[in-house]
Design a protein around this ligand. Structure first.
Ligand code: NDP
Length: 296
């Protein structure tokens, strides 16, 4: 029987655990604060930012949102970043990607105070993660780790194939899974658009993580029996629905479910975990800055 790993349920458990830590911090006069910054008016980004704000409200994290005009000069965004770096009530913040084309996203990330970089994208935080001393684990890879843990998947010594080498999913996840640590010690293969014979790499794996952005790229013929499959992909495809589209993952669920021992659905798998881990990082940021231990 294939286990369907329920990301909503695991995320809800994590939010519940965080509530205690948030109250401890609030009682000490240090309620965690998260800011979201959106430059421009991309509708998908607006939806993501709204969800992040709502998540904060639900668990008792103070949240603020800053809009920056899409055609403003980069300096307008840098000024916002400078203000947030100085604001003691803001323990963490994210600049929603993508930023408009005339803004250099790497420069944006470099300007974020690493102590408030709850996305974990600042070069200092990337370096710490690679060195095995992570301050903030990036939200999606951390969410994937939590899902594996929730399904009792021991990754030590296992072959993991990650499809996708982005800076926000594939690369940090690979780095986390190879760490000499209790939740690491896997042997990781990272694939990308230039990989030869992708199917051979996925069939040889005990665990496949798909983070590609290509609808249903991985199907049942590309995995072996009893593989654990984590689908990070979220793709809009045209469909005969009210909205005119539906969300599908990078994995063809139907054919893969038949062979996998466990699989995450889309939606309801990795997505809710990414949101929960942002709250986790915000609470951790507050705990570190306020020097109050909440055992995260
Ligand atoms: P990117 O576009 O940044 O990276 C995609 C990666 O997939 C690249 O490394 C690319 O290779 C590789 N790739 C593309 N086509 C193929 C192919 N045919 N075969 C093998 N590899 C291929 O995407 P992200 O990492 O940002 O996101 C990936 C997916 O995950 C998207 O659907 C996104 O929406 C989703 N996502 C979901 C999140 C969640 O919370 N559920 C969070 C973040 C992302 P190359 O490097 O050679 O170009």
């Amino acid at each position: 029987m294939t286990e369907i790993i329920d990301g909503n349920a695991v995320a809800s458990e994590i939010r519940e655990e965080l509530t205690g830590a948030i109250e401890t911090l609030a009682d000490a006069g240090a309620r965690p604060g998260l800011a979201t910054v959106l430059m421009g008016d991309d509708p998908a980004s607006q939806t993501y930012v709204n969800m992040k704000q709502r998540d904060c409200e639900e668990v008792g994290i103070e949240s603020v949102h800053v809009d920056v005009e899409g055609d403003a000069p980069p300096s307008a965004l840098y000024e916002t970043i400078g203000n947030l770096n100085e604001d003691p009530a803001v323990h963490g913040y994210i600049v929603q990607a993508p930023v408009p084309d005339h803004v250099d996203y790497r420069e944006v990330i470099r300007r974020v105070d690493p102590a408030k970089d709850v996305d974990g994208f600042h070069p200092e935080n990337v370096g710490r993660l690679v060195a095995g001393d992570a301050r903030f684990r990036p939200c999606t890879p951390h969410g994937v780790q939590k899902l594996l843990e929730s399904a009792d998947v021991d990754i030590e010594g296992k072959d993991v194939t990650i499809v996708g080498r982005s800076d926000i999913v594939g690369k940090p996840l690979a780095n986390l899974l190879i760490q000499k640590a209790e939740d690491g010690n896997a042997t990781v293969t990272v694939c990308h658009s230039r990989t030869d014979d992708l199917g051979e790499k996925t069939r040889n794996a005990d665990i496949v993580v798909a983070a590609v952005g290509v609808p249903e790229l991985i199907d049942g013929s590309m995995i072996s029996e009893d593989t654990v499959v984590i689908d990070v992909g979220v793709n809009r495809v045209e469909a005969d629905t009210e909205k005119g589209y539906e969300l599908v993952g990078d994995v063809d669920f139907e054919s893969t479910e038949e062979r996998a021992s466990a699989i995450t659905p889309v939606p309801g798998g990795v997505g809710p975990m990414t949101r929960a881990m942002l709250l986790y990082n915000t609470v951790k940021a507050a705990s570190l800055q306020e020097e109050i231990d909440v055992s995260l």
